[in-house]
Ligand binder design. Structure first.
Ligand SMILES: Cc1cc2nc3c(=O)[nH]c(=O)nc-3n(C[C@H](O)[C@H](O)[C@H](O)COP(=O)(O)OP(=O)(O)OC[C@H]3O[C@@H](n4cnc5c(N)ncnc54)[C@H](O)[C@@H]3O)c2cc1C
Length: 496
C-alpha cells in the first residue's frame, strides 16, 4: 500500500497532524519510536495558555493564536482541560504595575473569550490568595488560563486519528527514507528490530527535538532552518498550599516560575530554561535547577521545602525554532515549517517549534501547506470537533462526575474523579457492565483495576508500566515499588 502521509513522531504535533489528515480523507501512517508523548509532549508545564510573558517579546501572532485555541480546546476536551486561575503577586522592582495591567488588558482582548474569565487586580493581604504567601506580598493580579493532561491529550489525538482510519505504530523507528519514483520509500524498524519498507506520497517530520537529525541524517536533506534545544525541568512537591489557584512567580532574572496544584495532593513547580547543546535524548533535572526552583518557592511561600520534599521531577527538551536569540528564555515559542520538494519530488514537511496549546492549529497549517499535493483533500474540520471522551454533556465536568457516581456507586469518589478526568465518556468502555468493584478485576494498586489496565493495553497502546504510570496516568506518584512490580508482572502475563 502507498500511504498519502508518513508522519514521523508521536508527540502532540505528529498526532494532531495525523488526526486532522485522517479526517480530511488522507491515508496516514504515524511512526513513534518509543511511546506516544514519550519525549517533550509529556514534559510540559501542562498549560493550555496564551503565554502572558510572550507579550513582552511582542509575540502577538503566537499569543493571539494560543488564546483562541484555549476556548476551542476547552470545548473539545473538557475532561482533560480545565480553566485555572493564576495569581501573580506584584513585584514592583521587576515589573511595574502599569506594565502588568497593560499585558493583562491585551491578554483579555487579543482573542474572543466565551468560557474563560478575564483578569482583575486582587488584594493578597488578609485574603485566601495571600494566605500561603510570605507577608511582603500585599497586591496581586488574577487571570485565567487552562491546565491540561499533556500526555493524555496526545493519546486522544492518536485515538481520533485511529478512529478515522490512521495507522498508529508505537515502537517503530524511522531508520531512513529516500525519494524514489515520486514517492518516499522509508525503512522502518519495529521494536524487535525487523525492518519494513513503507511507501508514501508525502512525509511529515514531526520528530520534535530530533527534527534536524531526522532531516539531515534520516532523510538526507539540507535545511536553512535549525532547531534550538532548551532544557526545562519541573519538580513536584507535597502540596504547598490549600486552594485551587496557581501562582505565577516573578524572579529577579525576569523569568517566571509557575506553582500549580497537581494531582490533588501535590504542587507542580517549574520551569527552568537551560541551553542544551548536546544530541537529543532522555534528560533529567540537575542539582542547580532543583535549587533554583526551590529558591523561588521558598521566597514566595510560607511553607518551606528542601530537596527531600521533592516527590518527582521531570525534564524535557523544547525543540524551539532557532531565531538567533541570545538568551535561551527569549527564543521564540512560535513555530516554523520547512517544505522540501526539491525538483518537484515527493514533499517533506519539517516542523520546528510549536506548543501543546497550538498543535491543533499547527496541524491545520501543516496540511494547508501540503494541500497543493493533495487536490482531493477535504477542508479543515477540527475547530469544532470533540476529542474522544470529551462529549461529557451540558453539565460539564462536575455533571459528568455526578453521573458516573450515580451509575457506579461502588466507585470511591476519588476514583470516579480520576477516571472521569482521564477518560471522559470513554470510561464507559470498561465500566459499562460492572455492577460491583469485583467486576473490574484485581486492584493492582491505587485504584488501577485489571479492567482499566486491559482497556489501556487494548485501546490506548500502553505496553509498559512506565506507559501506564507516567503517561496514560500519573499513578506513578502514588505507586510503591511492590505495586509497580505487580503491575509489571500483570503486563508481562498479558503479553505472553
Ligand atoms: C519544560 C517545558 C514546558 C513546556 N510547557 C508548555 C506548556 O505549558 N504549554 C504548552 O502549550 N507547551 C509547552 N511546552 C512546549 C511543548 O511541550 C512542546 O512544544 C511540544 O510538546 C513539542 O511536541 P512535538 O510533537 O513537536 O515533539 P515531541 O513531543 O518531542 O515528539 C516527537 C516524537 O518524535 C519521536 N521520534 C523522533 N525521531 C523519531 C524517529 N526517527 N522515528 C520515530 N519516532 C521518532 C520521539 O520519540 C518523540 O516522541 C513546554 C516544553 C517544555 C520542554
Amino acid at each position: 500500500m502507498v500511504f498519502d502521509l508518513l508522519i514521523v513522531g508521536g508527540g502532540v504535533n505528529g498526532c494532531a497532524i495525523a488526526r486532522d489528515a485522517a479526517g480530511r480523507g488522507l491515508s496516514v501512517l504515524l511512526l513513534e519510536q518509543k511511546d506516544l508523548a514519550a519525549a517533550t509532549s509529556s514534559a510540559s508545564t501542562k498549560l493550555i495558555h496564551g503565554g502572558l510573558r510572550y507579550l513582552e517579546r511582542y509575540e502577538f501572532r503566537l499569543v493571539h493564536e494560543a488564546l483562541a485555541e484555549r476556548e476551542l480546546l476547552l470545548a473539545a476536551a473538557p475532561h482533560i482541560i480545565h480553566p485555572l486561575q493564576f495569581i501573580l503577586p506584584h513585584e514592583g522592582s521587576i515589573r511595574p504595575a502599569w506594565l502588568v495591567r497593560l499585558g493583562l488588558f491585551l491578554y483579555d482582548h487579543l482573542a474572543r473569550r466565551k468560557r474563560i474569565p478575564g483578569s482583575a487586580t486582587v488584594a493578597l493581604a488578609g485574603t485566601p490568595f495571600g494566605a500561603p504567601l510570605t507577608a511582603d506580598h500585599r497586591l496581586g493580579f488574577s487571570y485565567y488560563d487552562c491546565r491540561v493532561d499533556d500526555s493524555r491529550l496526545v493519546v486522544l489525538e492518536a485515538l481520533d486519528a485511529f478512529a478515522r482510519g490512521a495507522q498508529i505504530r508505537i515502537g517503530a523507528l524511522l531508520v531512513g527514507a529516500r525519494r524514489a519514483g515520486g514517492r518516499w520509500l522509508a525503512s522502518v524498524a519495529a521494536a524487535d528490530g525487523k525492518l519494513e519498507d513503507i511507501s508514501a506520497r508525502a512525509l511529515i517530520n514531526a520528530s520534535g527535538p530530533w527534527v534536524s537529525e531526522t532531516l539531515e541524517h534520516r532523510l538526507g536533506l539540507r535545511s536553512r532552518k535549525h532547531v534550538r534545544l532548551v532544557k526545562g525541568s519541573h519538580i513536584v512537591t507535597r502540596k504547598l498550599y490549600e486552594g485551587a489557584q496557581a501562582y505565577m512567580l516573578q524572579r529577579p532574572d525576569k523569568r517566571i516560575i509557575f506553582a500549580i496544584p497537581f494531582e490533588e495532593d501535590f504542587t507542580l513547580v517549574g520551569t527552568t530554561d537551560i541551553p542544551f547543546p548536546g544530541e537529543p535524548g532522555p534528560v533529567a533535572i540537575d542539582a542547580a535547577e532543583t535549587d533554583y526552583l526551590l529558591a523561588a518557592t521558598n521566597h514566595f511561600f510560607k511553607e518551606k521545602i528542601a530537596p527531600g520534599d521533592v516527590a518527582w521531577s521531570y525534564s524535557g527538551l523544547r525543540p524551539l525554532y532557532d531565531d538567533g536569540a541570545l538568551e535561551a528564555s527569549v527564543v521564540t515559542r512560535d513555530y516554523a515549517f520547512d517544505l522540501d520538494n526539491a525538483d518537484g519530488g515527493a514533499p517533506a514537511l519539517s516542523i520546528f517549534g510549536g506548543k501543546i496549546t497550538t498543535a491543533r492549529r499547527l496541524a491545520e497549517h501543516a496540511l494547508d501547506t501540503l494541500a497543493p499535493f493533495f487536490p482531493h483533500m477535504r477542508a479543515a474540520w477540527t475547530a469544532g470537533a470533540v476529542l474522544p471522551g470529551g462529549d461529557i454533556g451540558p453539565g460539564g465536568f462536575d455533571g459528568f462526575v455526578a453521573e458516573l457516581s450515580r451509575a457506579k456507586p461502588f466507585l470511591a469518589p476519588r476514583l470516579v474523579r480520576r477516571l472521569a478526568g482521564a477518560y471522559g465518556t470513554r470510561a464507559w468502555r470498561f465500566l459499562e457492565t460492572a455492577r460491583s468493584l469485583a467486576d473490574l478485576g484485581v486492584d493492582l494498586g491505587c485504584g488501577l483495576t485489571e479492567a482499566e489496565l486491559d482497556y489501556l493495553r487494548a485501546q490506548e497502546w500502553a505496553r509498559t508500566a512506565e506507559d501506564v504510570l507516567w503517561r496514560r496516568s500519573k499513578l506513578g506518584l502514588r505507586f510503591d515499588a511492590a505495586q509497580t512490580e505487580r503491575l509489571t508482572r500483570a503486563l508481562a502475563q498479558r503479553s505472553a
